[in-house]
Design a protein around this ligand. Structure first.
Ligand code: GDP
Length: 490
């Protein structure tokens, strides 16, 4: 059991109706009975009690107190929760009393969850899920994070790890007892398991980063020449009741971001500097940043308008790769620019028409609001189709950390299968590797101890990389990194 007992307000600082302070560690029971000036309440029951300063017996507050003796607590240690009146003075006084108790200290960010992990209460993916759940801003993010907290990802990775551990055990039995009465080719029976895990990881990695996009938000960049109404469009969309969660402007001099909730999906809408060739130093920096944003965006909205000549759209055209939606803004001006409409099908169609990435075009008017609902609907449809494959049954990758480890695991398995099945290990011909292995590779496995040891080492690496994701092995160096993302009290 960890020596120091930690405490922290877990309902945030500042005034609130109720504030909750948590304690965890071996001293919790003693500290709690000192505060209550008497016996501990029955475990896991909310009891209304007076909380006093142990030094003076002065009453500080009355509130609900819950006592969770180990191991049946979130952290696996003795824990308590104090539900107090949420005034600053109450909170400050109770925290002051707690700090005066021997062997207690304020918790570090994420320390409660870290202790839960260290005491085997949850794996690392579930711990990360808790951080995501606390940070979730949209329905879809909440659902994904909750699935992860409930262990959807952890179970998936652990089941792959177990299957590989079992294959490794067979292989190592062959190495250690090669002269004894074990099957001459101990890995044979496990090859299909390795192939199965390999195929499933391949599929899991090939997910268009759906889970990560959902966690971080889809980036939609508004691009186009100056004066076509890009900023007006961003403002109009941000003010749509259907869309907005929070607006944060001015992340850089000339790239403005607004965070939207579209149908439960998180979207970061980015307005960029007008794209045009320029010799002005400051403007070209803006264009460079716009270009950078455009290259990172998941979806681009390229805006044109009838009062801006087609030639000025050329710069924007350069960014029409990846998914692009072409918006003809200022539709209200069309009667003044009849040539625009007549040219649309000829000049503009050939101008933009060759861009395969432009699958849809929409006429809108930010000024009159015409077409904006269709635009939001169109964006929502795209998000729904992107994310439709995310479900609780097939959890998605949510972090680069997991992706990196899975890639390493995949590479190690590729080497294992290549050694077993030689050249037959092709991405889309995995089963052939098994056949080839059964025919030719098997005998090598049984007889060539050095080769077997090398293969076993790669398999061991694959197991270790999976273990690093859930925290089953070798993760000490990762812990500070992961738990430092948490807030205090979690
Ligand atoms: P940006 O340079 O592309 O960001 O363009 P702005 O949003 O600054 O708009 C340029 C000008 O076009 C402003 O005077 C806007 O009021 C005007 N504008 C924007 N949208 C519309 C529209 O739908 N119709 C009309 N008539 N004018 C618009």
């Amino acid at each position: 059991m960890t020596a120091e007992t930690i405490y922290a307000p877990c309902s945030g600082l500042g005034q609130s109706a109720v504030a909750v302070i948590r304690l965890s560690g071996g001293e919790t029971g003693r500290v709690l009975s000192a505060l209550l000036q008497g016996a501990l309440p029955p475990s896991r029951q909310a009891c209304l009690r007076r909380l006093c300063d142990p030094a003076t017996s002065e009453e500080i507050d009355r509130g609900l107190v819950i006592w969770f003796p180990a191991p049946g607590s979130f952290t696996g240690e003795d824990m308590a929760e104090l539900h107090l009146h949420g005034g600053r003075a109450v909170l400050a006084r109770v925290l002051d009393v707690l700090s005066g108790q021997p062997r207690t200290r304020l918790a570090e960010p994420g320390e409660f969850t870290r202790r839960a992990f260290e005491n085997g209460k949850l794996d690392l993916t579930a711990a990360e899920g808790i951080a995501d759940l606390v940070a979730a801003e949209t329905e879809a993010q909440r659902a994904q994070a909750l699935g992860q907290v409930k262990g959807a990802l952890g179970k998936q990775y652990e089941s792959w790890r177990q299957r590989l551990v079992s294959a490794l055990a067979h292989m190592e039995a062959g190495i250690d007892f090669s002269d004894e009465d074990v099957p001459s080719d101990p890995a044979t029976g496990k090859l299909h398991d390795i192939l199965g895990v390999y195929g499933e990881i391949t599929q899991h990695l090939d997910d268009s980063r759906r889970g990560e996009r959902l966690r971080d938000g889809i980036c939609v960049a508004i691009l186009g020449p100056p004066n076509v109404g890009k900023s007006s469009l961003l403002n109009a969309l941000a003010q749509k009741d259907a869309a907005i969660v929070a607006a944060s402007a001015g992340t850089t001099r000339d790239v403005i971001e607004v965070h939207l909730d579209l149908g439960g999906y998180p979207v970061t809408l980015v307005d960029t500097a007008g794209l045009r060739a320029t010799s002005d130093e400051v403007e070209s920096e803006g264009v460079r940043r716009a270009a950078e944003k455009a290259s990172q965006a998941d979806l681009k909205l390229v805006v044109v308008s009838p009062d801006v000549a087609l030639e000025h759209c050329k710069e924007a055209l350069r960014f029409c790769e990846g998914e692009t939606l072409l918006l003809m803004n200022k539709a209200d001006l069309l009667p003044q620019f009849p040539e625009f409409e007549s040219q649309w099908d000829t000049k503009y169609a050939s101008f933009f028409g060759e861009q395969e990435s432009i699958r849809e075009q929409l006429a809108i008017s930010v000024k009159t609001g015409a077409g904006l609902s269709q635009l939001l609907g169109c964006l929502e449809n795209r998000l729904t189709s992107w994310f439709s494959q995310i479900s609780a049954e097939t959890p998605s990758l949510t972090r680069q950390r997991h992706r990196d480890a899975l890639r390493e695991c995949h590479a190690a398995l590729t080497r294992v299968l290549a050694a077993l099945g030689a050249e037959a290990v092709e991405e889309n011909n995995i089963l052939a590797a098994g056949d080839s292995y059964n025919r030719a590779g098997a005998s090598a496995m049984g007889k060539n101890t050095i080769a077997v040891e090398l293969v076993a080492e790669d398999l061991r690496l694959a197991v270790r990389y999976l273990g690093r994701i859930t925290g089953s092995v070798d993760v000490e160096d990762l812990l500070d990194l992961i738990f430092s993302d948490f807030c205090i009290g979690k």
